[in-house]
Design a protein around this ligand. Structure first.
Ligand code: HEC
Length: 142
């Protein structure tokens, strides 16, 4: 009798701990969704952050040695056409529209702009990164 009641409390404790464990990620969810994430694809988010956010987000910034690039100086107008910081407030039609524009610009190689990537090499896209972005833009907006 005592053994089984000890066992029962061990099981209870176990459930309690597991319960704590599962409540932990849930508690972290609001923080994750209020982050800069644009898609659920971590690779695409990372590419957008290193190659686009400098000019197309409210938080991005060029390193000092690339801040003289004309397209970076024009980044206020870049943010007017596409601001990833506002992505969560774009409706489905706006997102679809932006994805089409991104596909065209990235496909044609006009984004990220060459005057900028010549100074900030880390922003230029490898062929693989380009393909990942194009695959992302070809999916229905979500
Ligand atoms: C160095 C700054 C800079 C970076 C980095 C940059 N852009 Fe741009 N982007 C601009 C400017 C400037 C414009 C032109 C805004 C205007 O029309 O006035 C622009 C325009 C655009 C447009 C509108 C269509 C067009 O071609 O004019 C899209 C779409 C776009 N960018 C996507 C991207 C994507 C995707 C990335 C990353 C892969 C990126 N941009 C990186 C500066 C930048």
């Amino acid at each position: 009798m005592t053994i089984s009641s000890t066992l029962a409390s061990v099981i209870c404790l176990g459930v309690f701990i597991v319960g704590c464990g599962t409540s932990q990620p849930n508690a972290a969810l609001p923080a994750a969704s209020s982050s800069k994430a644009i898609t659920s694809d971590a690779d695409v988010n990372a590419i957008l952050e290193t190659s686009c956010f400098q000019c197309h987000s409210s938080t991005g910034k060029a390193p000092w040695y690339a801040a003289v690039a004309p397209t970076y100086i024009a980044s206020n107008s870049a943010r007017n056409v596409l601001n990833f910081s506002d992505w969560s407030s774009y409706d489905a039609a706006k997102r679809a529209d932006e994805l089409k524009g991104i596909a065209q610009a990235v496909g044609a190689g006009s984004m990220p702009p060459g005057d900028y990537t010549a100074l900030d090499h880390s922003a230029s896209l490898t062929e693989d990164q380009k393909q990942l972005l194009l695959k992302w833009t070809a999916q229905p907006a979500h």
